[in-house]
Design a protein around this ligand. Structure first.
Ligand code: USQ
Length: 382
């Protein structure tokens, strides 16, 4: 397949690009370095410095023989999107090109507007480029489990059949996002659904939970191929932050009561899920939605699991509840369906003690690079 990856410099985009190239696909990546710029501006650099995208593609070619074509360009500009889609002629587009940080999107007007403009414009341009140039192309869009929020009913995979006054119909599952970033993903889904039902596009929307980890088959070939592993309050996700805090001897930062439950997955499983979606495309005129997670646990459970393993390794991990900078339920029901990707063949890598041990060891090798000032939350929702 000719696979175009939008947002190919990111934590997920880069390992995805290598994974598709290693599987023999023709891969082209595009990125405008927005995350790198925000990381620099907010002092939120990743634990392990990553070379430029072109340099990473060069290193990957040297160690594996596989080629990844690189464009550094802004896909929010319709001319850029249309030119690249016309030139490359993708059969699959994997769309990661969004500002992915909830805290950054809540920092102020400028950051909210930047998130809103980037995320919606890239999705809109992608839709129109596909509709006009490659209408048979399958769009695999990264959504988020955060679109649903934490409702007091089971979360279905994208759709809900509703019976109302004796009549039935099926609707997108109700959404109630907890940040402006998550809300842009709700809007993406609505845009995609409009264009799918009106113009017959083929789309898979992957509602992904927080991802953890830094090891993939290809990333492990050379340290310069490592994904951007963030532990700061802006881009770091829960488990990755806790691993670094455990190694740095900083109490694990449980926000509020710590009963917040989410559906997590290993970085390796993101690659599997995206690969399965791409090789089993949605039909023309179908918006297919999968909930992309492998296990659910609360913030407190994540802290306890990392503390247990860290203590066995002699780290003497402590846990501390701090005031929650976000507006979210701290004790709630959470039961998302997630059978669709398993039915396609997903083989989960769960967060076992061995997986935690391996991740802690990798962080310990880079302990000297940890900047303690990047850990405490700097952005409050209100
Ligand atoms: N949390 C803590 N302590 C911390 C960091 C986070 O208690 O030090 C809590 C948060 O308050 C939240 C939960 O852990 O309740 C998850 O937070 P997170 O920062 O790991 O995840 P989130 O901000 O929701 O966003 C991340 C990615 C985003 C993706 C999303 C999936 O950054 O791009 O869409 O995970 S989900 O959370 O399912 O919406």
């Amino acid at each position: 397949m000719r696979v175009l990856i939008l947002g190919g410099d990111g934590y997920l985009g880069w390992p995805t690009a290598m994974n598709f190239a290693a599987a023999g696909h023709e891969v082209c990546v595009v990125d405008n370095y927005l995350r790198r710029q925000i990381a620099e501006a907010t002092d939120s650099e990743a634990l392990i410095a990553t070379p430029s995208l072109s340099e990473r593609a060069r290193v990957f070619h040297a160690v594996s023989g596989h080629t990844i074509k690189v464009h550094i360009a802004d896909l929010a500009d319709p001319g850029v999107m249309f030119d690249i889609v016309r030139e490359f002629g993708p059969e699959t587009i994997i769309h990661y090109a969004e500002q992915p940080s909830a805290p950054y999107s809540m920092r102020g007007f400028r950051e909210a507007r930047e998130t809103f403009n980037n995320n919606l414009n890239v999705t809109f341009n992608c839709i129109h480029a596909v509709k006009d140039i490659v209408p048979d192309c399958h769009i695999v869009k990264l959504g988020t489990m955060g679109e649903y929020g934490t409702p007091n009913i089971d979360i279905e995979e994208g759709w809900l059949e509703v019976e109302h006054k004796g009549r039935k119909d099926t609707f997108l599952f109700p959404r109630a996002a907890g940040s402006l970033y998550h809300t842009t993903k709700v809007m993406d889904t609505d845009l995609l659904w409009f264009y799918v039902r009106t113009f017959g596009l083929r789309v898979t929307d992957l509602m992904q939970g927080p991802v953890y980890g830094l090891s993939t088959d290809e990333a492990d070939l050379d340290p310069r191929l490592c994904p951007n592993f963030h532990y700061d309050d802006i881009f770091g996700t829960l488990v990755n932050r806790f691993l670094v805090q455990a190694v740095a001897g900083i109490p694990l930062t449980v926000y509020g009561a710590g009963g917040q439950i989410r559906g997590y997955l290993n970085l390796r499983d993101t690659l599997q899920c995206v690969g399965l979606a791409a090789s089993n495309p949605a039909k023309r005129g179908e918006l297919r939605i999968f909930n992309q997670l492998t296990e659910t646990f609360s913030v407190n459970q994540a802290a306890d699991r990392i503390k247990k393993v860290g203590d066995e390794m002699g780290l003497n991990v402590t846990i501390k509840s701090i005031p929650n900078p976000r507006k979210e339920k701290e004790n709630h029901y959470y039961n998302p369906a997630h059978s669709g990707l398993m039915e396609l063949g997903l083989k989960p890598h769960y967060m076992t003690d061995d997986v935690i041990t391996a991740m802690l060891k990798r962080v310990m090798e880079n302990k000297d690079r940890i900047v303690a000032g990047r850990i405490m939350p700097r952005v409050k929702w209100s």
